[in-house]
Design a protein around this ligand. Structure first.
Ligand code: GLY
Length: 417
């Protein structure tokens, strides 16, 4: 489907599409593109890793709603709606379970300030037409008896579910392999640009992959490969998140679980969440730190997570702590992803998913497959074109194009969660 590369260096294959980055976004792009009949290769030294390896896997379109992110809300909801069907398809294609659990979420307040924040969030959710129910503190504790006695109220959001991101990544890897996707376990060092067109990449192991179209989907590292012209280089940055994994107690059959749904709160201004999995894992997250590519787990980070989690659910201190890790969210200037064609022919982006990579996996796969097959994004993904950060003289670097949608009624500037 495209001209072969200049045979000056070792060339491996001539796929229609080379995806740079094998996290869940790169893998879903590869899998869905292969499903549309394209030949696909993925370049990543450790496919199946990336930010999703650390992520808690909350599908929190409603409880993570923020002021000014109504356009993103539409995409988040579209992806959340696709999860049941996506899960069926992926589990069928891979033969693996991905831990999609329709458990709902309870967001609670521990003091008067948190309660005021949560009231604001609730008002925003209702104005946005979302399903969210205000509960008194005692109603929260009736739902989740392990909550601290001081809980002052909360929001019950039955539509915010969870998936296990490690299982999701593992299943996507197998589904890709079964669909014929070729993996190059090496880092893409340089984008190949010839004749004003992206034509693949040179990898750290010396391989050159020539491809008809290239997708930069390397999360917070998407801006790293050399050779990407400045005007199309994605404006992404790493935002560190430290996360803990605890082991839930085994309860006798018929007894209530330790926690039956995702529980979240803002404690002293820090968002905190506890995600109980059917596998027996309890994920506690997450810090949010602008420290570049640092993934050190710090005593301070672990202390703050445990201190805040203990305030929310005092019984967690009895649980075994089995893992601590840190990942890098791919932040973008407007907290929304960059999807689809760039101004450089042959180069597309699937990056900048920030807090929502796992949630946005199904819709990203569909949107990228469509963009790779037709050159155009589907309607719901069009507001997320990389061109909104176009670095032309008329538009300053990183300045978003004004939202296509009408802005909601003015709200207070503070962000509730
Ligand atoms: N979406 C959860 C987080 O980014 O921590």
């Amino acid at each position: 489907m495209h001209p072969p590369a200049t045979p000056s260096e070792p060339v491996t294959g001539h796929p229609d599409v080379l995806v740079i980055g094998g996290g869940v976004i790169g893998l879903v792009t590869a899998w869905r593109a292969a499903g549309r009949g394209m030949s696909v290769a993925v370049a990543d030294p450790a496919p199946g890793g990336g930010a999703a390896y650390v992520a808690a896997g909350m599908l929190a379109a409603v409880t993570e709603l923020h002021y000014g992110e109504q356009t993103l809300l539409g995409l988040n909801l579209a992806s959340a709606r696709r999860y049941p069907r996506f899960t069926e398809e992926l589990e069928e294609a891979s033969g693996q379970r991905i831990g999609y659990r329709r458990c709902g979420t309870l967001a609670v307040a521990l003091d008067a300030d948190d309660r005021a924040h949560l009231r604001e969030l609730h008002a925003l959710q209702i104005r946005s037409g979302l399903d969210s129910q205000w509960l008194a503190g005692r109603e929260c504790r009736r739902l989740e008896p392990m909550l601290a006695p001081g809980v002052r109220g909360g929001l019950r959001v039955d539509g915010d579910h969870q998936v296990d991101p490690r299982r999701l990544a593992s299943a996507l890897l197998v589904a890709c392999e079964r669909a014929g996707v070729v993996f190059h376990r090496s880092r893409a060092e340089r984008l190949t640009v010839e004749g004003g067109r992206a034509r693949g990449a040179e990898l750290a192991d010396g391989t050159r992959v020539s491809a008809g179209q290239t997708v930069l989907a390397a999360g917070s590292r998407s801006a790293e490969p050399a050779g990407v012209p400045e005007e199309v280089r994605p404006p992404v940055r790493p935002v560190k998140g430290q996360v803990l994994r605890l082991r839930l107690p085994t309860v006798p059959a018929g007894s209530p679980p330790f926690l039956s749904r995702t529980v979240r709160a803002v404690v002293r201004g820090n968002p905190l969440y506890l995600v109980p999995r059917e596998s027996g894992e309890l994920v506690v997250g997450a810090t949010s730190e602008e420290l570049g590519f640092d993934t050190t787990v710090t005593a301070g980070g672990v202390y703050e997570l445990l201190r805040d989690a203990h305030e929310l659910v005092p019984g967690i201190t009895e649980l075994p702590l089995v893992e601590s890790c840190a990942g890098l969210r791919p932040g973008s200037p407007d907290n929304a992803p960059l999807l689809g064609p760039t101004a450089l022919p042959g180069l597309q982006l699937a990056t900048g998913h920030f807090r929502n990579g796992v949630l946005l996996t199904p819709v990203t796969g569909d949107a990228m497959a469509e963009a790779l097959a037709t050159g155009s994004l589907p309607e719901e993904a069009r507001p997320f074109t990389p061109q909104r950060f176009s670095r032309t003289p008329e538009r300053r670097e990183g300045t978003p194009v004004p939202a296509a949608e009408p802005e909601p009624a003015p709200f207070p500037e503070e962000q509730p969660v």
